[in-house]
Design a protein around this ligand. Structure first.
Ligand code: FRU
Length: 490
């Protein structure tokens, strides 16, 4: 009966029980991917924050481990990161290597209600199994700033220093250090840049080659934006592309340019794994698959929230400039069970060629070639009563997920809706979709990850029908693969 509760994701990470939000402390060390996460062990809504912990050797199957960090005399444990201190710069490891985590300690100012957020560190000598909080905590505090949190640390090899990026009100601050204990303020970025439609949270900063050329690199800055009731999208994540010299980030774009990592509603607080080996070379991240607008009231009982699938990040030059591309990690191919392949079929409005295929843990890869249809796509998690539509609007050149009639939605009035983003066809008339459907989510990658939409859905467990559809004419399916996916928990 393990992991079979209503809406329980079958191949996405979710906690065994209780509340989870942001991914934290993601680091790869000695063959293990660590995933820590914001965790409330005593309830299914947000509460006193701990760091939950899980490990994986393949980014697909996860083993739950005991809580790593719990509230102490400095307060709750908010979001943060972890790194491998390879050369024992911290002195915690007797000349060996070990893990150092940096996170926000959150409490209130003595004698007041005003939140206080300070940065602290902890270290582990046993591959993350147990942690010692540093006796000199907190290591950074600035009493003038209320929202001051979510440190993400990385080693900057050119300047031979640790760099930490921290959300600070509606900007980010950068600090540098030689030993992870003493930090020096370096610069601030963000005033007037990008979206300020909410408080800034959970930054990340990393370098990526452009179009795969290692001699042509750019820095990418991830930045999540908290829920502000005046904007319909709720919480979401933006990114910047630019230069970084070890101290200062410079935006390549005009300040008013805003770029979003995902055009669905449920991908938040995502940051990347630290210390992926050079011979692997990937920059891998995942996000929290929810939205602060309704995260606390989604209709699950035993646990609340899941992570997105892990995704590989790259940069690609497109007609509007260099943009972020996301692709599912290839390791997920391991859970493909039964597969169906179809080629060269014309889809017409009156006929559903996959009416005999059923499932609700699916990976679907399809290449469409335009015909006369104005819109086409797939309907998933379908029954006579409900369906989730992943469609392409040919005239608008837009990919969308429509969850208006996807299942349970009465817990929040802004849950129903259609979410969309621009996606230009390639070869003038082709569009490729790569979909992951789980018991309560859909992730849609358009044209090899140039556009991504991530949405929660809460369909009935028996809504397992699928449909390939076309509206107002026909469309050609050049290739179609449907893979039934195995649960990662059984
Ligand atoms: C983002 C966030 C972080 C904070 C954490 C608290 O979702 O608000 O800024 O550290 O969640 O749980």
């Amino acid at each position: 009966q393990y992991y079979t509760e209503t809406y329980r994701p079958q191949f996405h990470f979710s906690p065994e029980a209780n509340w989870m939000n942001d991914p934290n402390g993601m680091v790869y060390f000695e063959g293990e991917y660590h995933l820590f996460y914001q965790y409330h062990p005593n309830g299914t809504t947000w509460g006193p924050m701990h760091w939950g912990h899980a490990i994986s050797t393949d980014l697909v199957h996860w083993e739950h481990l005991p809580i790593a960090l719990k509230p102490d005399e400095h307060g709750m444990i908010f979001s943060g990161s972890a790194v491998v201190d390879w050369n024992d710069t911290s002195g915690f490891f007797n000349g060996q290597s070990g893990l150092v985590a940096m996170f926000t300690h959150a409490d209130t100012y003595p004698g007041s209600e005003r939140p206080r957020q300070r940065q602290s560190i902890a270290y582990s000598k046993d591959n993350g199994r147990t942690w010692v909080t540093y006796e000199g905590n907190p290591v950074i505090s600035d009493e003038s700033i209320t929202d001051f949190r979510d440190p993400k640390v990385f080693w900057h090899k050119e300047t031979k220093k640790w760099v930490m990026i921290l959300a600070s009100g509606q900007t980010v601050r950068l600090y540098t250090s030689k030993n992870l204990k003493e930090w020096e303020f370096a610069s601030e970025f963000g005033d007037g840049h990008g979206s300020h439609e909410g408080v800034w949270e959970c930054p990340d900063l990393f370098e990526l080659p452009v179009d795969g050329y290692s001699n042509q690199k750019k820095w990418v800055l991830f930045l999540s934006i908290g829920d502000d009731p005046s904007f319909e999208e709720g919480s979401r994540t933006q990114y910047f592309i630019g230069e970084f010299n070890g101290e200062t980030f410079t935006n390549d774009h005009k300040p008013e340019t805003t770029l979003w990592i995902d055009k669905g509603r449920d991908n938040y607080a995502g940051v990347s794994w630290s210390d992926i080996p050079n011979e692997d070379g990937r920059r891998i991240y995942l996000g929290w698959m929810s939205n602060w607008r309704y995260a606390n009231i989604t209709p699950t009982k035993e646990w609340r929230s899941a992570m997105t699938i892990p995704r590989v990040l790259t940069l690609k030059t497109m007609k509007e400039g260099v943009r972020l591309v996301q692709q599912p990690v290839q390791e997920l191919q391991k859970i493909r069970e039964k597969s169906i392949h179809i080629m060269n079929q014309t889809i017409v409005p009156s006929e559903n060629i996959i009416s005999n295929v059923k499932g609700n843990t699916l990976e679907i890869i399809v290449e469409f070639e335009f015909g006369t249809a104005a819109e086409f796509g797939l309907k998933v998690c379908k029954s006579n009563l409900e369906e989730t539509v992943i469609g392409y609007d040919v005239t608008q050149q837009r990919l969308f997920i429509d969850r208006t009639n996807s299942g349970k939605s009465d817990f929040n009035e802004s849950f129903v809706g259609k979410h969309e983003g621009e996606l230009s066809p390639y070869d003038n008339n082709k569009v490729k979709l790569h979909l992951f459907v789980d018991w309560s989510s859909v992730e849609a990658f358009g044209n090899n990850g140039e556009l991504v939409l991530t949405d929660l859905i809460f369909p009935d467990q028996n809504s397992k029908d699928l449909e390939l559809y076309a509206v107002g004419g026909n469309v050609k399916v050049n290739t179609l693969e449907i893979h039934m996916l195995k649960s990662i928990w059984r």
